[in-house]
Ligand binder design. Structure first.
Ligand code: ZN
Length: 372
């Protein structure tokens, strides 16, 4: 099987051992699941299905970021405890993923459960000389990690611009270098706070994923996923602190999913141009929603349009009307998926089989669409 690797910038063989260790950055549970999230997790679900089909077992960890600024802000606005808000939104997300027929993942650990792991992890980074304390915070010292930037392939200027845009607080006067990033920092008065040797506070944005990946999967994982907007700074920082803490390679293969647009702009909570999965489910068969996702390639940005759902309702009807067995089609679809998870190519093959009255069953199931 071949997959594009963000770090190597090429489609390369993906050859994990029998048990595939996978980590995908999960949700911050403060609002409904939008189509962009769903597309990300469905891409990893198709991958997981094909790996299982190839005879692997897959241990996939998908964290829940329940200690984070937007969650605190929403909880404040609603006047409820942040963990109550998180629990409710996490349950909604799980219902959406189940409706979209996503396989269960091995674990969905929460940041709030990982504080002891995070404390230990920060201790490892400090002990190895890659972090420093200043003003009640602990910062990762990027000057000690020369390969910083080699995952995202950005220049220093580009990294600075992106860090400034994505909450990296580049003008924090306690930092030795504006690209240094926070591992631990003091909490605001109405935010949760935990004691540590270097002061009370809460974890920085990136550290939870490194600590959870190490706790749940060990030092080196086969594949790390997430939306393309996480490549920098989130994954660049994760990689740096993990390799700094353990001295081992963190990730063998980085796989990122493209963002979805609506009205010409990337779908995002800050812009408010979102299509929510639970709203779509009120009107459409969730299998048609899933087809509307997999008809696009995970690495290609695409734009929501009002024809998406009717088109995929018709597609689902055609596939269901030709639900017989067809092992030949299954072999062809497997080959498409093994070529950088070419789901649009696979969908086209199933469409053609259905159009000529041939069976679609096994191929459809491999894409996660049950025809019964
Ligand atoms: Zn993450």
């Amino acid at each position: 099987m071949q997959l594009y690797d963000t770090a190597r910038r090429a489609v390369v063989p993906f050859e994990p051992g029998d048990d595939v260790l996978m980590y995908t950055c999960g949700i911050t549970p403060y609002d409904s699941t939008h189509l962009g999230h769903a597309a990300t997790f469905i891409a990893y679900d198709v991958l997981q299905r094909r790996l299982i089909d190839r005879g692997h077992t897959v241990t996939c960890v998908r964290n829940v970021t329940d200690v984070d600024d937007p969650l605190f802000a929403k909880a404040r606005e609603l006047g409820i405890h942040y963990l109550d808000l998180a629990a409710g939104e996490e349950a909604r997300f799980e219902r959406d993923m189940e409706a979209l027929n996503a396989l269960p993942v091995a674990s969905t650990p929460r940041a709030s459960s990982a504080i002891p792991d995070i404390r230990g992890f920060i201790g490892m980074v400090i002990d190895r000389g890659h972090a420093y304390e200043a003003g009640g915070s602990v910062y990762f010292d990027v000057s000690t990690f020369p390969s910083f930037g080699t995952l995202s392939h950005h220049t220093e200027e580009e990294m600075l611009a992106l860090a400034a845009e994505r909450g990296g607080q580049v003008d924090d006067p306690n930092k030795r270098n504006p690209l240094d990033f926070v591992l631990w920092h003091p909490s605001a008065s109405d935010e949760p706070s935990w004691d540590t040797l270097w002061g009370a506070g809460r974890p920085g944005w990136h550290i939870e994923c490194s600590a959870l990946a190490l706790r749940e999967l060990g030092t080196t994982i086969d594949l790390h996923g997430g939306g393309a907007d996480l490549i920098f700074p989130h994954h660049e920082c994760e990689r740096a602190q993990s390799e700094a803490a353990t001295g081992e390679s963190f990730v063998t293969h980085w796989m990122h999913t493209a963002l979805i647009s609506m009205d010409g702009e990337k779908m995002s909570k800050s812009r408010g141009n979102l299509v929510f999965v639970d709203r779509l489910r009120e009107e459409w068969d969730p299998r048609a929603i899933r087809l509307g996702i997999v008809e696009h390639h995970y690495r290609t940005e695409w734009e929501w349009d009002d024809e998406l759902m009717p088109r995929n309702r018709d597609r689902l009807d055609a596939w269901r009307a030709n639900a017989g067995s067809n092992p030949g089609l299954l072999a062809d679809v497997r080959a498409r998926l093994d070529d950088d998870l070419d789901t649009p190519g696979a969908v086209e093959l199933v469409d053609a089989a259905a159009a000529s009255g041939h069976g679609t069953r096994e191929a459809s199931e491999l894409l996660g669409v049950d025809l019964d």
